[in-house]
Design a protein around this ligand. Structure first.
Ligand SMILES: NC(=O)c1ccc[n+]([C@@H]2O[C@H](COP(=O)([O-])OP(=O)(O)OC[C@H]3O[C@@H](n4cnc5c(N)ncnc54)[C@H](OP(=O)(O)O)[C@@H]3O)[C@@H](O)[C@H]2O)c1
Length: 297
C-alpha cells in the first residue's frame, strides 16, 4: 500500500491537513521496527507541497514492558525522531498508562517523557487512553516539573461517547488540554458500509458484533442530517460531529477515495439541534464500541 499511502499523504497536505498521527508500535510486524514512523518521515521529507513546512507529525511512545527506566523512554523518543527524520518530535504522546496493570512503571514513563521534553527531543507532550482521574495525577506531576500537557487522545465518536460523559472532556478543558478523537469513524462502522450482513473484516467483525444490529437507526439519522447539508456523506457527518464537540478527529484513510470523502467534513458545521438529534440517535443504539484495554479511569 505504500505508494497509494504516499499519494494520500501528499494530497492531504496539499488540502491543508496539518496533523498526522502515528505510533512507534504501528505497522511494525514482528520486529517492532517503527515502520509507520519511517514511512511518515519519508513521505514528509519528499512531499512536494509548500504546505509541508507546517505539518505536525505526532507519534505515540509505547510503554513496552522492557521500557522500565526514564532513560529508556528518552532513548525511544530519540529513535522515533530519527525515524521521522526530525530533530524534535512536534507532538510526542504516551500511548497508554500502565496504571491498570503495572503501576510501578508509570513513574518511569512520566519522568521519561518529561525528560525528553526538557532535552528538546519532544516539542509538546501528549497523552493517550488516560481517564480523568489518572489525567489529574499526571498533570500534577508534569506541572511540578514545569512541563505542559498539550493533548489527550481517546476513542471518541458517536458510538463511544464516554469522554464527554465521564468528565474527560471537562477535565481537559479545565486543564487546558486539547482532546484528540481517535477512531472517529468507529473503525469504519460510521461510514455506513458495514452491517450485520456485511461485517468488517478480521478482528473488527468480532469486536463490533454487538453494535452492528442496532446501528441502522443511527446511520439513518446521520443520512438525514447529511442530506440537509446538500448531501454530506456519513463519514463527513461523523467527523463534523467530532469537530463540533470541540475535538480534533484523526481519521484513518487507506486510499484517495476515502481521503477525498473525509476532506468533505471540513468547511461547514452541524447546527446545535442536529448535534442534539445525533446524540439522541446515538443513545438509542444502547451500546458502545469496546474500549481500549489500557484506558484508565
Ligand atoms: N491512541 C490509541 O490507542 C489509538 C487507537 C486506535 C487508533 N488511534 C489513532 O486514530 C487513527 C484513526 O483511527 P482508526 O484508523 O483506528 O479508525 P477510524 O479513523 O475510525 O477508521 C478508519 C478506517 O475506516 C475506513 N474508512 C476511512 N475513511 C473512510 C471513508 N470515507 N469511507 C469508507 N471507509 C472509510 C478504513 O478502513 P476499511 O476501508 O478497512 O474499512 C479506515 O482504515 C489511527 O491512525 C491512530 O493514529 C489511536
Amino acid at each position: 500500500m505504500d505508494p497509494e499511502l504516499e499519494r494520500v499523504f501528499n494530497r492531504a497536505v496539499e488540502a491543508g491537513v496539518k496533523l498526522f498521527d502515528t505510533a512507534d508500535s504501528y505497522g511494525t510486524g514482528a520486529g517492532f521496527d517503527g515502520r509507520s514512523e519511517t514511512l511518515l518521515g519519508r513521505f514528509l521529507k519528499n512531499c512536494p507541497s509548500d504546505e509541508a513546512k507546517d505539518v505536525i507529525l505526532a507519534t505515540k511512545l509505547a510503554p513496552f514492558p522492557w521500557r522500565v527506566t526514564s532513560g529508556s523512554f528518552v532513548k525511544a523518543a530519540r529513535e522515533s525522531a530519527a525515524r521521522l527524520q526530525l530533530e524534535k518530535i512536534p507532538l510526542g504522546q504516551l500511548h497508554w498508562s500502565t496504571g491498570n496493570y503495572q503501576p510501578l512503571q508509570e513513574g518511569a514513563l512520566w519522568a521519561g517523557i518529561a525528560d525528553a521534553y526538557d532535552e528538546g527531543v519532544i516539542g509538546a507532550v501528549g497523552l493517550s487512553n488516560y481517564g480523568p482521574k489518572q489525567l489529574r495525577k499526571i498533570h500534577k506531576y508534569m506541572s511540578a516539573r514545569g512541563v505542559p500537557i498539550s493533548t489527550l487522545q481517546v476513542q471518541y465518536h458517536l458510538l463511544s461517547r464516554f469522554p464527554e460523559l465521564n468528565g474527560t472532556k471537562e477535565t481537559c478543558d479545565e486543564l487546558g488540554i486539547k482532546l484528540i478523537a481517535y477512531s472517529p469513524l468507529a473503525l469504519g462502522l460510521l461510514t455506513g458500509k458495514y452491517s450485520v450482513e456485511n461485517p468488517p473484516p478480521g478482528i473488527r467483525g468480532v469486536a463490533y458484533k454487538g453494535v452492528l444490529p442496532p446501528l441502522p437507526t443511527l446511520l439513518e439519522t446521520m443520512r438525514e442530517v447529511g442530506d440537509a447539508h446538500g448531501g454530506k456523506t456519513l463519514p463527513q457527518v461523523a467527523l463534523n460531529w467530532c469537530m463540533c464537540k470541540d475535538t480534533v478527529p484523526i481519521p484513518g484513510a487507506k486510499n484517495m477515495r476515502q481521503l477525498e470523502d473525509n476532506l468533505g467534513s471540513l468547511g461547514w458545521r452541524l447546527s446545535a439541534s442536529e448535534i442534539e438529534e445525533l446524540d439522541r440517535a446515538a443513545v438509542k443504539v444502547g451500546k458502545s464500541t469496546s474500549q481500549n484495554i489500557f484506558q484508565t479511569s
